[in-house]
Design a protein around this ligand. Sequence first.
Ligand SMILES: [Zn+2]
Length: 101
Amino acid sequence: MADGSIKCPECQSENPLDAVYCMECGCKIGKVNENIYKKVKILAVIGIFIFLPLAIIAGLYLYTRPECSVKRKGMDYILISIAVWVFYLAIIIYASFAIHQ
Ligand SMILES: [Zn+2]
């Protein structure tokens, strides 16, 4: 009977293995959620340290070109990069909060 089910640490009731929340008391079960948040956090960190510097460098390169239309495109790159950076940062903060909950 224990196979294919997981016990809730709070109320000891049996739940399906893939359950994220207990069906009886609604508390968080297992480490499924935590692992997902950790993966999301790693991806966000990779985005901040690899993707964004490249995007900003590309934006700065375009921005220093003399052509006006290219210059504007470079500014767009930089603004989008900053927006994505803030978004990633929010994800990391949220993921950290979720893991320690
Ligand atoms: Zn429970």
